[in-house]
Design a protein around this ligand. Structure first.
Ligand SMILES: Nc1ncnc2c1ncn2[C@@H]1O[C@H](COP(=O)(O)OP(=O)(O)O)[C@@H](O)[C@H]1O
Ligand SMILES: [Mg+2]
Length: 1046
């Protein structure tokens, strides 16, 4: 039931009102004009050829149809393919998809849609994909070799094809088997007006590159080939060149090796060239007509291509060896016979090549033995054909269609109605046409047309097509579905459409007049043995393998089965195969004869609808039930829906089914209980049941999961609990053990103490008190004694002049190390005191001066360290013995502390001049070195400070108080070689004289007063290595004096 709103007409003809032919056609037309080409009758799909590409195919639609059930979306071939595939997968039922309809009604396209749908939705994976690819790629190859342009269809299949796709239990494709039926091989040598030979010839010429053409000795121009119809070498909408490339790559995908492809093309080109073998009249010596090859080129080229001796081929084409048990007779053939032989060879080579290709494909896609498989068969067989001139081919094609119609009738109309009767379901019979009688007419083993034909072929004596016809006329003179000129005459009918050499059969799909000409020949399908033997001798492996009977060792005189008999038996096998599977129908309808889009010829469609039995189909469907199944399997599938039947049911199957369906409260009209089966009227109900089952399965899965999870958790918990108990038991035990150990140790300790205490208490009276301290004192004292005695013996040298030895013995006990340190210090202090005590007052004075110098300059001035070892001698100019110099002292009392030659730096220009400096207790006296008279006398109380550099130089500045008479002129900048001694003595003299500490500043930058101004002195370290006393003054401007010292 269509669930979609806005559908055009009715989507399922079961719902059609009123149910008459007119409304059925109107409905189809209405839908066709709205581009709704698919319509259902229940689960049968009717497809009306749109002759245009509609946007209703492709992955998007495939995905959609995969997700919905049959009636939920618009009618589509995908929906049918989906049902078939799902049923195959879920219900394990082999399926077949029967596509029927006239030639050009869209069967092949429908079969491709089914295959592409199944390929898209079935399993995935590398291997599966390669199988799918191979299955899909078999199409272009088979179409190239087996399809041709006909008047009705530009891509008409000229062979029947049944393809079994085999799946594993998961529904992934494993491979397949292709069966082909009777290729229309007469097309190889002759085509009707407006038709073409098989596609591959045109594809090869158009698509092969120059190199390949050359290798095959072909020319691109189709006009050069007698077998190719010259009028229509191109077909609109077909691109031969690109199809050729597609065929080549498809063959490679399927697994053809490069050599195999090459060989196939070589044999194909051989067939083409056979057409160019021209036979001409010749006469033998005795005057009987014979034949010969006129232009040897074609034969030569064939010979070169397939490795065949061209003379041998020529002989085989133009003569015939008759062989009896006793002798061999060679007869020459006349031109007609030779042409016949040539064409027969071409047809045979081509049709055998086609069979070989099908077998080769089967080899690639075949499934390994032993793999359990399910099968989906797709049947795309040539459609019913009524041509102007119908021959043997049309006869077998139409016979096959007749059989398919029979399958349809048997399985949908007859079987169904009979089943209702059998099962005791109330039923009003629907009439339909049963074509069994026509099938019988053709195929009856003794009295069928095919049997008659075989009989004629095998009968000794003069046999011809007309003797065959005469036989038919005689046998079927009264048959309702057989007519001929003779039977018509007998009934005094006049029919100008009936030729003399014709008979007519009223097929289910219409009357067809067959011309008996060549029936015998085509049925015999004779190929002279000379030709098959010649082919077998070819070097070409493929060609050779096509003619096994040419092997003289295998030669048999037995006739091969006739074409008709072969076809009949393969159709019988096919029928058996189809009956064993669940059928799914696609009924194709051709809307017009002109391959025009949008044109809907009611008459044409009405004819087809009539013979397809669409109305009857709808009637049976309407009154009938969509689904039936035995009680057993039905109960097995659905018993989980009821609590009474699940999980255990002990009653009978039927009661069980009643119980299940009763609980689901189905409406009574929906169900019918037969004797062995349950019938369900509408698919909706079935879908409902399936949905319920799916939900229930989910519930059950959840239940199983729940119980399993619960069980797993419980086991886990129990394990954890057991482990926990074990761990805590061990832990507690351990704690207790430790605790006990502690208590035990404590008890023992207490016991020991108590025992000790008791023992001491008992024995105390025997001990003297204070003994321990006395002992300790004694021990300590003896340690000290030992220490001191050891120290005495190891004392370092007491010689005061020995300052080198500073070792001191280590304390024997650690507790005495502090005392030891103190003793060491005492020792050295004592040694120092002894040294000091033995010094004379003068030495003391000298050392005091040295001490003062160290306090003033140690670590401050670089030249200090040099001055340390040199004793201060005070007089450096020999003052003592020089009364002249003594005078300089003037009236000054006391000794001269320091007498030295110094340099005075002229503050004005930086030049130096020599002076003698005397330091007395109260003054500093500067005199000229030559004149020896005091030039400047400076009272020490006027000296405010001195500045020296930190370097090794002797420069110093004498800062004077401004108030003094000398000082008003400014400070002195002097250079002394004994600057450390001089300044130390000056410091002490100032301290003695004025109780004031002279400020001694160590700096590189100081300022000296010069009259009223001050001059900044900057001392710079000159390059090393010069004379210490050298210094160089440079005036920089009026306020700056730069002194470079070494
Ligand atoms: N579903 C379709 N969509 C579009 N065109 C179609 C469809 N079915 C058939 N045709 C057209 O009709 C032509 C004949 O179809 P085909 O399947 O070869 O017919 P049949 O096999 O019945 O002889 C195709 O070549 C194509 O052009
Ligand atoms: Mg076809």
């Amino acid at each position: 039931m269509p669930l979609l709103d806005g559908s055009v007409g009715v989507e399922d003809l079961v719902l059609l009102e009123p149910l008459v032919e007119e409304s059925l056609l109107q409905n189809l037309q209405l839908r066709y004009e709205s581009k709704e080409i698919y319509t259902y009758i229940g689960n049968v799909v009717i497809s009306v050829n749109p002759y245009q590409q509609l946007p209703i195919y492709g992955p998007e639609f495939i995905a959609k149809y995969q997700d919905y059930t049959f009636y939920e979306l618009k009618p589509h071939i995908y929906a049918l393919a989906n049902v078939a595939y799902q049923s195959l997968k879920d219900r394990d039922r082999d399926q077949c998809i029967l596509i029927t309809g006239e030639s050009g009604s869209g069967k092949t396209e429908a079969s491709k849609l089914v295959m592409s749908y199944v390929a898209a939705i079935c399993g995935k994976g590398e291997q599966v994909n390669s199988v799918k690819e191979q299955l899909l790629q078999s199409n272009p190859v088979l179409e190239a070799f087996g399809n041709a342009k006909t008047i009705r269809n530009n891509n008409s299949s000229r062979f029947g094809k049944y393809m079994d796709i085999e799946f594993d239990f998961k529904g992934s494709p494993l491979g397949g088997v292709i069966t082909n039926y009777l290729l229309e091989k007469s097309r190889v040598v002759k085509q009707l007006k407006g038709e073409r030979n098989f596609h591959i010839f045109y594809q090869l010429l158009a698509g092969a590159d120059a190199q390949l053409l050359k290798a095959l000795k072909l020319e691109r121009d189709t006009t050069g080939y007698a077998y190719l119809n010259q009028e229509v070498s191109r077909v609109d909408g077909l691109d031969d060149a690109s199809s050729f490339r597609a065929v080549q790559s498809a063959m490679a995908v399927i697994g053809f090796s490069e050599e195999e492809i090459q060989q196939v093309l070589e044999v194909t080109s051989m067939v083409l060239k056979l057409g160019n073998v021209l036979v001409a009249d010749e006469f033998q010596a005795n005057g009987t007509p014979a034949s010969g090859i006129r232009d040897g080129r074609a034969v030569r080229e064939i010979g070169e291509t397939v490795g065949l001796n061209s003379e041998e081929l020529e002989r085989a084409l133009c003569s015939r060896t008759m062989e009896t048990a006793k002798e061999k007779v060679v007869t020459t053939l006349n031109v007609m016979q030779a042409q016949y032989a040539r064409d027969a060879l071409a047809k045979n080579v081509y049709s055998r090549l086609f069979d070989w290709i099908v077998n080769r494909i089967n080899e690639s896609i075949k499934v390994g033995i032993g793999e359990k498989k399910k099968v989906m068969g797709v049947l795309d067989i040539y459609g019913f054909e009524i041509l102007e001139d119908n021959s043997f081919e049309q006869f077998v094609i139409n016979y096959c269609n007749e059989k398919l119609q029979q399958v349809f009738i048997e399985m949908t109309l007859k079987e169904e109605q009979e089943e209702y009767k059998r099962e005791g379901i109330p039923w009003t019979k629907v009439d339909y046409f049963d074509n069994g009688i026509i099938c019988n007419l053709i195929e009856h083993n003794q009295r069928g047309i095919l049997a008659m034909l075989d009989e004629e072929c095998l009968r000794p004596g003069v046999v011809s097509d007309s003797t065959f016809l005469a036989k038919l006329n005689q046998l079927f003179s009264k048959h309702g579905h057989y007519e001929s000129k003779v039977t018509q005459n007998a009934q005094h009918q006049y029919d100008h459409t009936m030729g003399l050499g014709c008979f007519r059969i009223c097929h289910y799909a219409g009357k067809v007049t067959y011309n008996v000409t060549n029936f015998i020949d085509k049925n015999n399908d004779l190929l002279f043995r000379d030709l098959s033997q010649a082919m077998w001798k070819a070097q070409h492996p493929l060609l050779r393998s096509l003619f096994p009977e040419g092997n003289p060792k295998q030669a048999s005189l037995k006739r091969p089965p006739t074409a008709g008999a072969q076809f009949k038996s393969s159709v019988a096998i096919l029928m058996k195969n189809l009956y064993s599977k669940n059928p799914n129908y696609i009924r194709c309808i051709k809307p017009n004869e002109h391959q025009q889009r949008g044109q809907f010829s009611s008459d044409l469609v009405a004819t087809q609808a009539r013979y397809l039995g669409l109305l009857e189909n709808v009637r049976v469907r309407r009154a009938g039930y969509a689904y039936r199944q035995g009680y057993g399997p039905f109960l097995e599938r659905y018993r989980l829906l009821s609590r009474s039947t699940w999980p255990h049911w002990n009653g009978g199957d039927r009661e069980g089914v009643e119980k299940v369906l009763g609980e689901l409260s189905m409406s009574s009209g929906e169900l019918a209980f037969g004797k062995t089966k349950i019938f369900i009227r509408s698919p909706k109900t079935l879908f409902y049941l399936e949905e319920q089952r799916r939900l229930r399965l989910q519930q059950l899965a959840t239940l199983i999961q729940k119980i399993y999870r619960g069980w797993r958790c419980r086991i886990h918990y129990q394990l954890m609990r057991k482990s926990q108990i074990l761990i805590s038991a061990w832990f507690r035990g351990n704690v207790q053990k430790k605790h006990y150990g502690k208590i035990k140790a404590s008890v023992l300790l207490i016991q020991a103490f108590v025992r000790g205490w008791k023992a001491r208490k008992n024995y105390r009276k025997y001990f003297r008190s204070e003994a321990a301290r006395t002992l300790a004192d004694f021990i300590y004292k003896s340690m000290v004694q030992k220490f001191l005695l050891g120290l005495k013996n190891n004392l370092p040298s007491t010689n005061i002049l020995d300052v080198v030895t500073k070792t001191w013995p280590a304390a024997p006990y650690k507790c005495l190390s502090t005392a030891n340190q103190e003793l060491r210090q005492l020792f050295y202090q004592w040694k120092c005191k002894r040294f000091r005590d033995q010094l004379s007052p003068k030495q003391v004075e000298i050392l005091r001066e040295k001490l003062c110098a160290s306090e003033l300059f140690k670590g401050k001035k670089a030249s200090y360290s040099q001055s340390v070892p040199i004793p201060f001698c005070g007089d450096y100019i020999g003052l003592q013995g020089n009364p002249k110099l003594q005078k300089l002292k003037g009236g000054e009392e006391g000794p001269v502390l320091m007498a030295e030659a110094v340099k005075k730096v002229n503050r004005g220009n930086g030049k130096t001049s020599s002076r003698i400096l005397l330091l007395t207790k109260g003054h500093v006296i500067l005199t000229d070195t030559k004149k020896f008279q005091a030039k400047i006398v400076i009272g020490l109380d006027n000296v405010t400070g001195v500045s020296v550099t930190s370097l090794k130089d002797g420069l110093f500045s004498l800062h004077l108080s401004e108030l003094s008479s000398v000082g008003s002129k400014g400070d002195f900048l002097l250079v002394s070689e004994h600057v450390i001694e001089l300044l130390t003595k000056m410091y002490q003299a100032v301290l003695d004289a004025t109780q004031r500490q002279l400020a001694v500043t160590v700096t590189e930058k100081f300022s000296v007063r010069f009259k009223e101004n001050s001059v900044a002195v900057k001392v710079i370290q000159g390059p090393a290595g010069g004379d210490n006393s050298k210094l160089h003054c440079k005036k920089k401007g009026s306020r700056c004096l730069e002194v470079t010292v070494q």
